[in-house]
Write a protein that binds this ligand. Sequence first.
Ligand code: HEM
Length: 225
Amino acid sequence: MQLLMGFLYGALPYIALVTLVVGTILRYMYQERSWSTKSSEFLAKKSLKFANPIFHLGLLMVFGGHFVGILVPKFVTEMGGTDDHMYHMISLMGGLPAGALLLLGFVLLMVRRFATHKSRLQVNTSSMDKLLYLVLAFTIVTGCLATLSNIPGGFDYRESISPWFRSVLMLSPNISLMADVPLIFRAHMLSWMLLALLFPFTRLVHCLSFPFEYFLRKPIVYRQR
Ligand code: HEM
């Protein structure tokens, strides 16, 4: 058991994060031509109109919440006068709609790709895409279930998961912090590490180009036939 804990919370995060960073740099250096979201807009435009913004808005909101909940130490929010109960209420008010939007956007995108526009979009869907969607679904669902399961507030992830994650970033992982973490939160931890392992080899790399190139590049003109 100790060996498994050591692997899951002491070794796997580094394998995942190093793969994420080094793999992404190597992909950019040697495979830049494949660096793309592989947009399917031209294959089925209408169905993307709502699904895509809903998904990305949900994602931005979720990441905003994660930034505060995971990276900002508890004493900082306490110094600002936010006690445990107040923090929990605020995180639910932000986290629940954020998770719901992300899940809704994801489901709409998957229905579009694998049901309503399947015949058109299958040329645009590789085996790696399918694996990515599976791991993404695992991450989103475990995250939402973790939040839902903790509505009564019995588990304080800011005293376990958050300091553990920061200890990983500080290169001195404190594995014992993860000893009493509920199963659904552990599944969520495994899911983001799997996602990080896959990241450099998938269309997800496009998110790194978004802020830098998208706003600056010339518009692409599509003409109707
Ligand atoms: C790509 C990566 C990730 C995605 C897509 C993701 C997604 C989600 C979603 C959808 C939720 C439920 C909505 C919410 O409460 O915001 C959630 C909750 C949560 N996630 Fe993640 N997550 C990711 C990475 C991480 C990481 C790296 C950690 C910590 C090391 C983490 C820890 C948590 C925790 C503790 C919750 C519960 C929050 C609460 O109940 O207030 N997640 N995640």
